[in-house]
Design a binder for this molecule. Structure first.
Ligand code: ASP
Ligand code: MG
Length: 422
């Protein structure tokens, strides 16, 4: 059996859903489980709606209307019959959000977020599943929350692999025999049946969870790029397709911030030796990228850009050295504020880290650090990571930039830079 994953960009309009059905119909020979994300920018809109509701600012119902309107346009084009059951089912999903919005927010933000934002995936899969059945591709809609069990960490649910695997292995093979299974990425539920999410862009990870539990032959992530490129085309105009990657190299690239695949996706696939294909949903005949077990992957220099970095430098107030004692204290503070370190460096009396400048929790971290240390910071920096670097690649990215911090090992070079004003 195979697992396909379609992200938001692939189903951003009616044409996208039709294209998905073409891809699915070209794979009739195998059992297929299809994981679908929320359509287009729905997750961002629902995020905005949640935060506006939580703060009781702005017009939440207007935002909701926008999300409804967007899906309605897609549905009108896919289902001309206004009595089609899909309209009723989707409307019911929106009612779930309305119920929440009618009360004042009494629950923690992260909990509310999961209950509201998950609706994006529930709706997209409802639309996709109906459409597939309408065009003769027999499919069954499955609620991922009945299978993926997580702990209570809202917005970053940790998967209980044992129970999840058991549930998937018990429930899904009989369904897959007769039809395709269509389910949501990104969402799961707690043992008390509260909805959780797995972290932004987590649908890739969901696909890997289903694939690993079902011992799938392969997973294919259908994207708006031809495969894994050596840089994000958003930042780089000359990108190259990487035809083949080892699991290890893929893990490294995502660890340093390559956004093409969610970082948690690779490990479960590697454990089961399941090949991961990253392919274009536009040019479906393109070869794409194959990620699998291999001792050598092509050393194509790859570039990963992270903008909006803040460099934090920490100096002990008492002029003591940076040693195990205060390092563990510093890391505990980062952990407490849910902050991920992108690059770090320490000297005898100074510890420096670069992190994403995400606003409120960074301010909280700075205040927390200031209780014991002298803290300095620089904002507006960029972090450039080059895998398989050489001097030429370094020179190429440094045009118009000044280096603030540079770290190198045999394969990876990290450059924290400031743009020079022109
Ligand atoms: N819809 C979710 C997001 O946009 C999950 C995903 O697309 O993977 O983050
Ligand atoms: Mg997405």
């Amino acid at each position: 059996m195979q697992v396909f994953k379609f992200g938001g960009a692939s189903v951003k309009d009616a044409e996208g859903v039709i294209n998905l059905s073409r891809i699915v119909s070209a794979h009739q020979q195998d059992q297929l489980l299809v994981v679908v994300s929320a359509m287009g920018k729905t997750t961002n809109l629902l995020e905005e709606l949640t935060s506006s509701y939580f703060r009781q600012q702005g017009d939440v119902f207007e935002l909701l209307q926008q999300v409804k309107q967007y899906h309605d346009t897609i549905m009108r084009s896919l289902f001309p019959d206004s009595n089609h059951p899909v309209y009723h089912e989707v409307a019911n999903r929106f009612v779930e959000i309305e119920w929440i919005l009618e009360e004042l927010p009494a629950d923690p933000y992260d909990y509310l977020y999961d209950q509201i934002v998950a609706v994006g995936e529930l709706i997209s899969t409802t639309i996709v599943c109906h459409y597939l059945n309408d065009v003769g591709l027999k499919s069954k809609w499955v609620d991922a929350r009945d299978y993926i069990l997580t702990d209570n960490t809202h917005r970053e649910g940790h998967v209980d692999w044992k129970t999840t695997t058991e549930r998937i292995q018990r429930g899904l093979p009989p369904l897959l025999k007769n039809q395709r299974v269509i389910t949501q990425g990104f969402i799961g539920s707690t043992s008390e049946n509260f909805t959780t999410t797995l972290g932004r862009e987590g649908s890739d990870y969901s696909a890997a969870i289903f694939a690993a539990s079902l011992h799938a032959e392969s997973v294919t992530i259908w994207k708006d790029v031809p495969g894994v490129l050596n840089a994000d085309p958003k930042w780089f105009d000359q990108t190259e397709l990487i035809p083949e990657l080892s699991y290890l190299e893929a893990i490294e690239l995502t660890y340093y911030g390559a956004t093409v695949i969610h970082p948690k996706t690779i490990k479960p696939l590697q454990n089961q030796n399941i090949t991961l294909y990253v392919k274009s949903f536009v040019d479906t005949d393109g070869k794409g990228t194959q990620i699998r077990k291999s001792n050598e992957s092509l050393p194509v220099p790859s570039f990963i850009f992270k903008i909006n970095q803040i460099l934090i430098s920490v100096l002990p107030k008492d002029f003591s050295f940076i040693v195990e004692d205060n390092l563990s204290d510093i890391f505990a503070k980062f952990h407490r504020h849910h902050i991920k370190v992108n690059m770090m460096h320490n000297s005898a009396v100074n510890f420096s880290v670069s992190i994403d400048d995400t606003g409120e929790n960074v301010t909280a971290l700075l205040n927390d650090l200031a209780t014991r240390y002298e803290v300095q910071h620089q904002k507006g920096l960029e972090l450039i990571t080059i895998r398989h670097y050489n001097q030429q690649t370094i020179d190429r990215v440094l045009v118009g930039k000044a280096i603030i911090l540079e770290l190198k090992d045999s394969y990876t070079c990290q450059l924290l830079v400031r743009k020079l004003s022109t």
